[in-house]
Design a protein around this ligand. Structure first.
Ligand code: NAD
Length: 352
């Protein structure tokens, strides 16, 4: 397939993988009722959305979160669902009682800021790698057979040598956070190989949607764009030509559930992509189109400190995950941005 050609189909385009079968996920869904599930990073952006989905399916959900590093943690993220929140730091807390009896551990706790990792690489690696080993050891004692789905990242591929990027692409971390996230993932995969634990690692691309941190640009450029639009201010686009394949959070949640539910995934690493690749400028145009009459943006050069760790254009080849699970993104970019704006509009004050 001439993917390079279809890369520029833009935000309204078709799926880049049209020939793959689309499976009705509901038909294959596992019965989560009564199952104990531990979600580390559970008060953060992706973790809290996952907690809501699991609670909605009747699981007994424990969200472990230290509310650290100015990340996505927000107590409001867990509002409205029956979720037990344990406020604790995975570097220090006794993790064994939390793991005990868990059917699945969704492991999303991380120091996620790239600039934060550059400023304080010791704290970064303490959470993203050393504390992962703590969790591995605790789970080995308390929950040796429990399935683990680990949140990994496309970041450590670095500046892509080719597009799209599949799982065979060389690893070349552009920053400290890329090194620590790669180390954390690899410790989990070693646990699979040596202890036979069912582990799945999902290398995520840029994700967005409800419960994203929108206060600033720490979590995602789209967060600060959404805030500016809702406050009636122009937002800034840095560069503009870089391609991204954003994943809407509900599609990320589906992927985590499927990864846990599908034995064929266990022991494997998968890229997870999303919508067809679009440039930052195309994304900005779409946000303006959906954001109402006052929405607008300006463009500027990438700040110098970010250029050094920028990965340029990226989009994933995630055919392996699609083939293993039948997953495909169900929310278009247009719908996802619309839904995000609508979700944040009445809740803006809680997220500033
Ligand atoms: N959101 C994305 O676009 C994206 C992209 C690639 C990878 N990921 C990965 O997905 C996972 C979740 O990311 P997110 O976007 O939801 O980020 P997030 O910051 O919203 O969530 C991470 C959570 O981990 C918590 N945490 C950090 N250190 C901790 C510690 N020592 N003890 C306990 N809790 C701690 C934070 O308080 C935060 O709530 C991370 O592992 C991240 O690397 C996310």
């Amino acid at each position: 397939m001439d993917y390079q050609g279809s890369a520029l189909i833009g935000v309204q385009g078709q799926s880049p993988w049209p020939s793959l079968p689309v499976v009705d996920l509901e038909d294959n869904a596992m019965d989560w009722r009564g199952r104990k599930v531990l979600v580390t990073g559970g008060a953060g952006f992706l973790g809290s959305n996952l907690c809501h989905a699991l609670a909605g399916r009747g699981a007994r959900v424990v969200a472990l979160d230290g509310f650290l590093f100015g990340g996505g943690a927000n107590a409001a993220n867990l509002d409205g669902a029956d979720i037990e929140l344990v406020r604790a730091d995975i570097r220090e807390v006794d993790l064994r009682p939390l793991c005990e009896g868990a059917d699945v551990i969704f492991n999303l706790a991380a120091q996620t800021s790239h600039m934060g990792g550059q400023r304080d690489p010791l704290a970064d690696i303490a959470v993203n790698a050393v504390a992962q080993v703590r969790l591995i050891q605790a789970a080995r004692e308390a929950a040796p057979d429990t399935v683990v789905v680990h949140a990994s990242t496309r970041q450590f591929y670095g500046r892509p040598l080719h597009l799209p990027v599949n799982e065979e692409h060389p690893v070349n971390p552009p920053d400290a956070n890329g090194v620590s996230k790669f180390a954390g993932e690899q410790y989990w995969m070693i646990e699979h190989r040596t202890m036979n634990r069912p582990v799945v690692s999902l290398r995520l691309t840029n994700c967005y949607g409800p419960r994203l941190r929108i206060r600033d640009a720490r979590q995602a450029f789209l967060g600060i764009w959404i805030r500016a639009v809702l406050e009636g201010r122009p937002f800034e686009v840095w560069g503009g030509e870089q391609l991204r394949d954003l994943t809407y959070v509900d599609d990320v949640t589906d992927a985590f559930l499927l990864a846990a539910e599908t034995p064929a995934c266990h022991g494997r690493i998968f890229n997870l992509g999303g919508s067809p690749p679009a440039s930052l400028k195309q994304l900005a145009d779409l946000v303006v189109q959906l954001g109402g009459p006052d929405a607008s943006y300006t463009t500027r050069e990438f700040p110098a400190d970010r250029v050094r760790i920028d990965i340029g254009s990226y989009y994933a080849d995630d055919r392996a995950f699609r083939a293993a699970t039948g997953w495909a993104p169900r929310v278009s970019l247009e719908d996802g941005i619309q839904r995000s704006l609508e979700w944040f509009r009445p809740r803006l004050a809680m997220y500033l």
